[in-house]
Design a protein around this ligand. Structure first.
Ligand SMILES: [Zn+2]
Length: 290
């Protein structure tokens, strides 16, 4: 069994805000404190990923690969990672798939550290929203849909209660671990880090064992993705959801680093449905663009 683990950061236990060094909370926030905090987050992410790797192996996985997808892609600490998996790490580049190595050849997918889509009330650090064939989707749902398009079931999600709720609406049978509950966008009631790791280890194994009962998330083609483009909606349509989202759409939004220059935008219009949806779910605009 070949297992693909997608790792983000915002859904890990203990994390409530981005705490950027340029922000200065009331009591002051030193750069050294920020670096220390970030290192602890990376360690917790690595421990949560390790727990999922162990769960997969216990459930019979022969090959486990982990994609360190958050930000610049240097979050997971390779020196602390379970020796029985491999890690994809480095900078995403335009023109390439946002899910490196992902193709029809994988049997099962898991998602660690997920967060709810932009505009979700009662969610920890919600951001990113797409509308796929008329349905609002976040980062986790889009990953599940791309996996489903390739025939791969996404069987497990860990993150805050809001992202788990969001994913269960799409895949009722999905396995999950709730790591924390949002009191508002940047305040959480969290499990202690060790407890989250313990539950992820248990729940990921259970989910992978149950993989035959968890269907791949399928949408009917052709696919239409309406996405944020600096506050207005742009739309792309195609028959190949993998290429449409993992390459074309993600090449147009967000990921602006790397040596490849930005693609020329050839779609220039406002999609009112996107603007309307953002208006209806307003509440986390201050998190846009993160
Ligand atoms: Zn992230």
């Amino acid at each position: 069994m070949r297992t693909y683990i997608m790792a983000d950061l915002e859904g890990i236990a203990g994390m409530a805000s981005w705490d950027r060094p340029e922000m200065s909370p009331n009591d002051g926030f030193l750069r050294e404190e920020f670096l220390e905090l970030r290192r602890r987050r990376y360690l917790q992410l690595t421990r949560e990923v390790n727990a999922a790797v162990e769960g997969c192996l216990a459930a019979g996985a022969g090959e486990v690969v982990v994609w360190d997808s958050h930000g610049r892609g240097f979050n997971i600490l390779p020196e602390e990672l379970n020796p029985e998996c491999t890690l994809i790490t480095g900078e995403y580049q335009r023109g390439r798939s946002f899910y490196p190595l992902l193709d029809e050849g994988w049997d099962v997918a898991l998602y660690i550290g997920g967060h709810a889509r932009a505009g979700t009330l009662g969610a920890s650090l919600p951001h990113t929203i797409m509308i796929l064939n008329g349905r609002p989707m976040g980062e986790v749902g889009m990953f599940a849909a791309v996996c489903g398009y390739l025939g791969i079931p996404m069987v497990y999600i860990s993150g805050d209660e809001a992202v788990v709720r969001e994913v269960r609406e799409l895949i009722p049978q999905v396995g999950f671990t709730v790591t924390k509950w949002a009191l508002h966008a940047t305040l959480v009631r969290t499990l202690p880090c060790r407890k989250a790791v313990e539950l992820i280890r248990r729940d990921s194994e259970e989910a992978v064992r149950r993989r035959d009962k968890i269907p791949p998330l399928k949408f009917q083609g052709p696919y239409e993705v309406v996405y944020d483009a600096g506050g207005r909606g742009e739309r792309m349509v195609g028959d190949d959801l993998f290429k449409l989202y993992a390459m074309d759409v993600l090449n147009r939004v967000g990921y602006r680093y790397g040596p490849t220059p930005p693609l020329e935008r050839d779609v220039r219009f406002k999609d009112e449905r996107y603007i309307e949806h953002l208006k209806r779910t307003a509440g986390s605009e201050h998190l846009e663009g993160i």
